[in-house]
Design a protein around this ligand. Structure first.
Ligand code: NCD
Length: 299
């Protein structure tokens, strides 16, 4: 693996070896990447993805150069192309983490980059490192990934985290999916075609309680305001699904509730005290999983 642009580059063997590495790196601070430089170039807001990459690099003794607002604070503001920025960054860093509002941006960057490019979210495209930490969370919490039922809820059309998670889970066996969304926000046909091609069972519904009843994993997502052409259609759809404490209690006893975060209206704070709530733990796994990935790409 030279770059990590989408989950199609991750086969089960690679995923499992990254997870073994992540297990061994939990809580570790060492100097294994001392002398290496990671650039984090973010054209869209982020809390978890950027900070956990930077924390991961710091824990491995490496250095970070960063802009959290590349739209304004890089030469993009002066009209520089993404390609030119990436070419130049190649002389300043050993790897590059890129978040960009356009689907396909990470692939464009990789095309002109001889240092590894890691896609940290490209518009409504892909978010492969989120998918890795999500599958890792499932493995850690349920003790297995094969054979489970996963319900994904919310904006499945624009949510790159949900899209990448479904794609990555096709590497595992006998997973069944329930895709819960309003008709306007259904999962894209590129992903459902992949499910069909790989013989994976899935159902689509707009009914939250029916769609989550038998799930081992309930993956809540935010309606992606920034991808809507107008405020009205966002306002109409944003409150469609709300997971509250009583709906959390009604899930399977052993179910876990996940969310890539940030949450807005769809997951109430009253759920946090439920033993099923796994989303903060999920965010914390981002560090060791990204330590594993950086070690894999850089050492
Ligand atoms: C997600 C993203 O940016 O796609 N956040 C994250 O990386 N944890 C999900 C979201 O913004 O809704």
């Amino acid at each position: 693996m030279d770059h990590l642009i989408n989950t199609e580059q991750l086969d089960r063997k690679t995923v499992e070896s990254l997870f073994t590495l992540a297990d061994s790196l939990e809580g570790v601070r060492n100097n294994s990447l001392s002398g290496k430089i990671l650039a984090t170039l973010f054209y869209e807001p982020s809390t978890r993805t950027r900070f956990s990459f930077e924390s991961a690099m710091a824990r491995l003794g490496g250095a970070v150069i960063s802009t959290e607002n590349a739209k304004e604070f890089s030469s993009a503001a002066k009209g520089e192309t993404l390609e030119d920025t990436i070419r130049v960054m190649n002389s300043y860093a050993d790897a590059l983490v890129l978040r960009h509002p356009e689907a396909g941006a990470a692939e464009r960057a990789a095309r002109v980059s001889s240092i590894p490019v890691i896609n940290a979210g490209d518009g409504a495209g892909h978010h492969p490192t989120q998918a890795l930490l999500d599958v890792y969370t499932i493995q850690k919490s349920l003790g297995k990934v094969d054979g489970i039922t996963v319900a994904l809820v919310g904006d499945l059309k624009n949510g790159r985290a949900a899209r990448s998670l479904v794609a990555l889970l096709t590497q595992f066996s006998s997973i069944s999916f329930t895709l819960v969304s309003p008709p306007e926000l259904k999962m894209g046909s590129d992903i459902t075609d992949l499910l069909t091609k790989r013989g994976v069972v899935f159902t689509e519904t707009d009914d939250l309680s029916r769609g989550t009843r038998d799930a081992d994993v309930v993956y809540m997502t935010r309606v992606q305001k920034e991808r809507f052409p107008d405020v009205d259609s966002y306002e109409r759809l944003k409150g469609k699904y709300v997971l509250n404490r009583s709906s959390a209690d009604a899930l399977k006893e052993t179910a876990i509730i996940m969310h890539p975060l940030p949450r807005v209206d769809e997951l109430l704070p009253e759920v946090d005290a439920s033993p099923k709530a796994m989303y903060f733990k999920q965010a914390s796994y981002g560090v060791s999983v990204r330590m594993a990935l950086l070690t894999h790409l850089l050492s």
